[in-house]
Design a protein around this ligand. Structure first.
Ligand SMILES: [Zn+2]
Ligand SMILES: [Zn+2]
Length: 338
């Protein structure tokens, strides 16, 4: 088959790649849509320890089930259109037993440990197929995964219903924004440098967007949050600057969710965390229940993609990635079509 192969840092090439071989209990899927994740871009830049070339990236995907090997479900699933749950747990540990394979120490991820979705075909365990309702397009199916991330992050803050700040309006920031809106968090401010991303955040219902490089940014945020303060900060960027801003913004007793993977280490004012009893939590991926819920939201039309999601041919991959890393680039979320 043909695949878009990550061959070296900053290099993607359409190349022949071995056809997937089905193990018992696996399905062969013809990929119809595979979205580019920030972590794919991170890997492409050569910054991801887990992603070493040559590798087929891509873990946000949907496709058509062509064949199922040795599974009682084969008759039912062949010909189905499905979103793919991209995490493969060990099935032995307590996390896998409770549907939280994302925390499994031995988990494997499509497009990281094994060949992913930027290809014509992919092999996945049958239990990782989530059939799409008839009215749901493949492109939306590929966005179930990042929406599940948004549901997970916002869900972590469900007990802290109050004013929200989201740092970074990349795909995950915009997913958190949409979910927070749907969950009725009262007012939401988004901090973003890129004007195209800030515009997308406004279109998706942010009450305020500010550019952190502008001198009046801090005053604007203070005025916006007022006496009530900011109950929850989602850091969807993950850099030292955003992590420090999160601590500065959050109200006393408030919650900071660290969801961005931008930088490994950051020096933080821990005395501030102690004295103001700030809760700092990590947020990562999603569980199977959240993936299923994301699929239901997509089917119910609760995900808005206009203005920030675009499609491109898989063969255009190299250009798409170059645009996504350009600081003033217009691309936000791109779904590749093999
Ligand atoms: Zn992702
Ligand atoms: Zn496990």
């Amino acid at each position: 088959m043909k695949a878009l192969v990550y061959t070296a840092p900053k290099k993607l090439e359409m190349q022949p790649w071995p056809d997937p071989e089905l193990k018992p209990g696996e399905a062969l899927v013809r990929v119809r849509a595979a979205a580019v994740c920030g972590s794919d871009v991170h890997g492409w830049l050569g910054h991801s320890r887990g992603r070493t070339p040559p590798l087929v990236l891509g873990h946000e995907l949907a496709g058509e089930v062509l064949e199922v090997r040795d599974s009682g479900a084969s008759g039912r699933l062949t010909g189905e259109r499905a979103a793919i749950y991209p995490l493969l747990g060990c099935d032995q540990c307590r996390f896998c037993a409770s549907g939280r394979d994302y925390l499994c120490r031995h988990r494997q991820v499509l497009g990281l440990h094994i060949a992913g979705g930027f290809a014509e075909y992919v092999a996945v365990p049958v239990k990782n197929l989530y059939p799409l309702p008839e009215e749901t397009e493949y492109v939306e199916g590929a966005l179930v995964e990042p929406l599940a991330c948004g549901l997970h992050m916002a869900g972590l803050a469900a007990g802290d219903m109050g004013q929200v700040a989201i740092l970074g309006a990349g795909p995950i920031g915009l997913m958190i924004l949409q979910v927070a809106r749907e969950l009725k968090f009262p007012r939401i401010a988004v901090v973003e440098v890129n004007p195209h991303r800030a515009a997308a955040a406004r279109q998706l219902g942010a009450d305020l967007t500010v550019n952190p490089t502008y001198p009046n940014c801090w005053e604007e945020l203070e005025r916006f949050f007022g006496e009530d303060g900011c109950a929850v900060v989602f850091d969807a960027a993950g850099f030292s600057a955003t992590r420090r801003l999160a601590l500065k913004l959050v109200s006393t007793g408030g919650l900071v969710i660290l969801a961005g993977l931008g930088e490994q280490e950051t020096a933080l004012d821990c005395v501030e965390i102690v004295r103001r009893e700030i809760r700092v939590e990590g947020g990562f991926a999603y569980c199977r229940r959240e993936f299923q819920k994301a699929l239901e939201w997509v089917a119910a039309g609760r995900l808005h993609t206009a203005g920030w999601v675009r499609e491109a041919a898989l063969a255009e991959g190299q250009k798409v990635f170059e645009d996504l890393v350009s600081p003033r680039g217009e691309g936000i979320k791109v779904v590749l079509r093999p």
